[in-house]
Write a protein that binds this ligand. Sequence first.
Ligand code: PLP
Length: 392
Amino acid sequence: MSIQSFHPPVRTLMGPGPSDVNPRILEAMSRPTVGHLDPVFVALMDEMKDLLRYAFRTKNDLTMPVSAPGSAGMEMCFVNLVEPGDKVIVCQNGVFGGRMKENVERCGGTAVMVEDDWGRAVDAEKVEAALKANPDAKILAFVHAETSTGAISDAKTLAELARANDCLVIADTVTSLAGSPLLVDEWQLDAVYSGTQKCLSCVPGLSPVTFSQKAVDTVTSRKTRVQSWFLDLNLVLGYWGGGGKRTYHHTAPVNTLYGLHEALVILQEEGIENSWARHQKNHEALRAGFEAMGLEFVVPEGERLPQLNAVSIPDGVDEAAVRSALLSSYNLEIGAGLGAMAGKIWRVGLMGFASNETNVLFCLGALDAVLSGMRAPINSGVAVDAARAVYR
Ligand SMILES: *Cc1c(COP(=O)(O)O)cnc(C)c1O
């Protein structure tokens, strides 16, 4: 065998995640591995829970990272809260709401779907009607920031409606955490999951979650056993729970957790409100550039995610060829459309560390060059200046 060490190229990641990882995080991850029950590691776990509470804006005791990607955080929420026969109202306005439905059904529950057009926020009136029509519903589940379309939904209002109808709330905040205002306690969200590779700019592979006392009570009073051993909160708590007594559940991904710890320290240094404002500012500059170029946003104003910009593809342009030119000539990754949006849009992420002025100007300049080279029907040579004007 003569396979050599792997040396990836240095890309600029402006797709739907993973986003560019702050070098401080990669450096933190290269520190010596300690045992996952070592007292110094246990101290790091406690700090991590405090840092996550800061990021989620919660006092929830049960706040921790699941040792697996965002999809596992999603599954942890559903397998613990949904028992066979339970009715769950699931909002779908993109790819990820569809996965929620799948989760409910695999738990033996019934999903009552509230469907909205892809590219729109979840319609609160439809949710209210579904809650009224299904007084026996136990949970309302929705995606706060739909990464497949770039739409943000009004989590506060949706949670109020759920509460008025005595429902628990499961919220997907994989792309919103640290990028858009997310106030878990103030909005009273019960089971919330996120990811590390979007606006926290950490490596992929962990899923921060937080559960309200009401959610914990629901789990501990289940009539049936949680069907997943790995994700059963009753067992995970023995490892991540308070009291300082940690029992072996699984081997924590020690070095990845160093990375998340560093990502959260960086967030704390910046201040979460500043992080939200930075994402908004860079979105406005990118938007000015796209609009000057003649690209149209998929999502109407007022429902747009600053960290995920979905735009239409100019007529006659081979969208995959553009992405591959950006990757090969500029080491720049942008995202393709997903599901029903495949082939119809590009998704340009401005997440976490990647959300900065340099990247906005670089992306607009590179896209302008590639599209102009293809003689695409755009306004050439104006995008970068339009974005710069926003920063001035
Ligand atoms: C990325 C994403 C997920 C899945 O996270 P993975 O880490 O890829 O498993 C779930 N929901 C939303 C909204 C996402 O953007």
